[in-house]
Design a protein around this ligand. Sequence first.
Ligand SMILES: NC(=O)c1ccc[n+]([C@@H]2O[C@H](COP(=O)([O-])OP(=O)(O)OC[C@H]3O[C@@H](n4cnc5c(N)ncnc54)[C@H](OP(=O)(O)O)[C@@H]3O)[C@@H](O)[C@H]2O)c1
Length: 258
Amino acid sequence: MTPPPPMTQRALITGATAGIGNAYARELAKRGYDLIIVARDTERLEKIAADLIAKHHVGVDVITADLATVDGVQNVANALTDTAKPVGLLVNNAGSSLVGWFGTTDIVDEDHQLDLMVRAPMHLCDAAIKSMTGRGRGQIINVASVAAFTPRGTYSAHKMWIVNLSRWLNLQYADAGVTVMALCPGFTHTEFHQRMGASMDDIPRWMWLKADKVVKSSLRDLAKHKAISIPSIRYKVLAMLAQYLPSSIVARIAKRGR
Ligand SMILES: NC(=O)c1ccc[n+]([C@@H]2O[C@H](COP(=O)([O-])OP(=O)(O)OC[C@H]3O[C@@H](n4cnc5c(N)ncnc54)[C@H](OP(=O)(O)O)[C@@H]3O)[C@@H](O)[C@H]2O)c1
């Protein structure tokens, strides 16, 4: 049975037009949440909003924003501090990756990635925490990756940053009624790798997760106030091994994918 939504029934999801973010939008609308969905492609956002409104009879607002820009982040932060439409759940999900390794990529592209993967969730966490602590309740999911537990260029460094921030925020603001959780999926079928232009042919089938299942298990972990959610037993084991195996072995294994 689908659990009922908590008291504040509005969720803001970044990167809701595809992959994991879109799975959050569909699952939360099904659970009766009103939504604010964010991405760069307005036409796609509006189509998704219309479909969710028709199917689940929830309210869906659309914000077109490039979260690698200062103005884009500010627009979304403004929605998080709007007292007329309080947001009870923030899902910081939008993300991408460069195909090349740091040292071979253009530093301008690395700046773009840093803004999208670190600056944007930091600003949105700031706006959400300030609003949520004022109301005495709230939830934040920061979509990271199991790559956070391995050395894999700037992508894994960005993800480790958000994992560590989430762990601390979850402790720091628990008494204020705010849960903050980092979601750390492994390879998940989405548009992510296709957008990177990366061939994933050598990744075995058993390593792939489904976005819908990732989202459902993350929402179960969020309800338990967990600081970190790692979907599936296989990735829980791999993440644990990454912490205890010698770092040279972990680095060699991690070379395979992101
Ligand atoms: N797929 C995996 O294997 C995997 C594994 C671990 C973690 N993750 C993480 O999961 C999150 C979601 O990835 P996904 O796999 O679902 O990717 P995806 O299918 O490519 O979806 C990415 C979403 O983010 C939006 N987005 C991208 N750049 C943006 C920007 N500059 N401003 C605003 N929105 C932007 C995209 O919409 P627009 O293009 O319209 O803006 C899209 O809605 C990411 O943080 C990723 O690092 C993915």
